[in-house]
Structures are given as structure tokens and as C-alpha cells.
Design a protein around this ligand. Structure first.
Ligand code: ADP
Ligand code: MG
Length: 257
């Protein structure tokens, strides 16, 4: 049996504003096995980002626990968690190299070593010729690759990705999905990837957790039966389209417009 990498236990969270209480997550529990590529799929506003931020430790839950490698890490960051954000969140005044090296600055690694690791990670995402460029000189897709290199630089054992391709055009998104999968094949890590795209979820995931609208609960867990490496042609196969239809059916049941 594979060991459990991450355990989300009974996590609840509500936002309070002007006396109003907005329940976002209610008793959310999930176990993620080591090295799984897990996708959290759900309609916008269902609490995916909130959940991921709680898992990362940058946001506090009202109750519940986050257990990583059998250790309670609730409310703390670090411990091998690497986060990639939808809006890239790069420092505009730093070059690619310095953005990627940033995460290592707090770890006490020497400057020479920081740059060495950063260059390797920049190489992984194919941006070697842009290491001295500033974010504004890069396309959205390239900026997101910098974001991914930055997350990889700390050599995380679990990668948390919050709609990393949500802001990109479809073509760039398809290319980056393939790039991510090939990095993942080489540098196996546990991944939690958040998206609202059913197609993206099926293409990437070992397992898809479908969330209901707010307050986010698990509506369905779907194993993805397709072999790896995944290929672009898969997306038009009858099996792929059938699975997409089934998941859409489930999602639709939860959504009221
Ligand atoms: P998702 O990522 O699935 O789109 P979020 O986790 O970002 O959903 O947000 C879930 C709900 O919580 C939304 O209704 C959102 O408006 C609300 N929300 C998120 N962050 C805050 C916050 N800091 N303060 C108040 N409400 C928030
Ligand atoms: Mg979100």
C-alpha cells in the first residue's frame, strides 16, 4: 500500500464580514497518497483556493488539521510544500533568476548554490535564455513557467498548484500541461492541482476530486483510467469524451444558476 502523503482532516472555514458569515468549507476531509497527481475540480467560488491556501499554511482554518508525512503542520508553511499561484505573483523588479532563487533565500543556502539550483529549475521549464529577463518582458505562459520553476527550486515533496493555467490562452495552456506532465514524470512529486476545467482535470490527473459549490464538499471522486504518458490525441477519444460528459453531469447537478 502506498503511504499517505497528505491528510486533510475535517477542515472547516467561514469568512466573516460586516456580521455576515460565509461558510466556504465544511468538514472537508481527504487523503492524498504519496506521488499522486490529484486534481481538485469545482465551480468558481466553491472554496478551492481557500482549501489550497489552508493546505499550504498561508491561511488558517477555523477547525480541522493538515497532516503532512504524519506530522501535524496545521497553520504552518514550509515543510516541503511548494505553491504555484494563478496570478504568477512574481516580483516585477527581479529577473527570472532572482525570482526563482527567492524561495531559497530563507533556507540558508549560499548564494552560489542558490543560483546553481535556480538555473537547473529554469532549465527544466525551458527558460534558460530568459534568466536575466524581468517579468514584464515575458509572456503570460513564460511568467507561469517562472512561477513553476520557483516552486520547484525548493525541491518540494508536494506541489500545490492553484489554477496555474487559468489566465492563459488555450494553446499555451495545452503546451504547459504537457510540459508539466513531462517534468512530473521525471521528478515524481505529489501534486494537488486546482482547476475548473474538466478537460484539464482528466488530462492531468490520477484522481479527480469533484467539489460541490460553496460550502465546498466532495461531490465525487473519480479515478482516471488513462495510461501515461498522456497524449494530446486522447482529448478527442470516445473514452475521454464520455468521462468528460459524466463529470459534467455531476458538476451540473450541484450548480444552480
Ligand atoms: P475558488 O478558488 O473555488 O474560486 P475561493 O476559495 O477563492 O473559491 O473562494 C470561496 C468563497 O470565499 C468565495 O465566495 C469568495 O468570494 C470567498 N472569499 C475568498 N477569500 C475571501 C476573503 N479573504 N474574505 C472574504 N471572502 C472570501
Ligand atoms: Mg480560486
Amino acid at each position: 500500500m502506498t503511504k499517505t502523503k497528505l491528510s486533510i482532516r475535517d477542515v472547516s472555514k467561514a469568512y466573516r464580514r460586516d456580521g455576515d458569515v460565509l461558510p466556504v468549507l465544511e468538514a472537508f476531509s481527504l487523503d492524498v497518497p504519496d506521488l499522486e497527481f490529484l486534481v481538485l475540480l469545482g465551480p468558481s467560488g466553491c472554496g478551492k483556493s481557500t482549501l489550497l491556501r489552508i493546505v499550504d499554511g498561508i491561511e488558517a482554518a477555523d477547525s480541522g488539521n493538515i497532516i503532512l508525512d504524519d506530522k501535524d503542520v496545521t497553520g504552518r508553511t514550509g515543510d516541503g510544500r511548494g505553491m504555484v499561484f494563478q496570478s504568477f505573483e512574481l516580483f516585477p523588479w527581479r529577473t527570472t533568476l532572482d525570482n526563482v532563487a527567492f524561495g531559497l533565500e530563507v533556507t540558508g543556502v549560499s548564494k552560489t548554490e542558490r543560483y546553481e539550483i535556480a538555473r537547473e529549475c529554469i532549465n527544466l521549464v525551458d527558460l534558460s535564455s530568459f534568466q536575466n529577463a524581468y517579468p514584464h518582458e515575458l509572456s503570460g505562459g513564460m511568467q507561469q513557467r517562472v512561477g513553476i520553476a520557483r516552486a520547484l527550486a525548493i525541491n518540494p515533496s508536494i506541489l500545490l498548484m492553484d489554477e496555474p493555467y487559468g489566465a492563459l490562452d488555450v494553446q499555451t495552456r495545452d503546451l504547459l500541461q504537457d510540459e508539466l506532465l513531462s517534468i512530473w514524470e521525471r521528478e515524481r512529486k505529489t501534486v494537488i492541482f486546482v482547476t475548473h476545467s474538466i478537460e484539464e482535470a482528466i488530462y492531468l490527473a490520477d484522481r479527480i476530486v469533484v467539489m460541490s459549490p460553496r460550502p465546498g464538499r466532495i461531490q465525487m471522486i473519480q479515478e482516471v483510467p488513462f495510461e501515461r504518458p498522456r497524449r494530446e490525441e486522447m482529448k478527442t477519444s470516445p473514452e475521454f469524451l464520455e468521462l468528460r460528459r459524466e463529470i459534467w453531469q455531476t458538476l451540473k447537478e450541484g450548480i444552480t444558476v
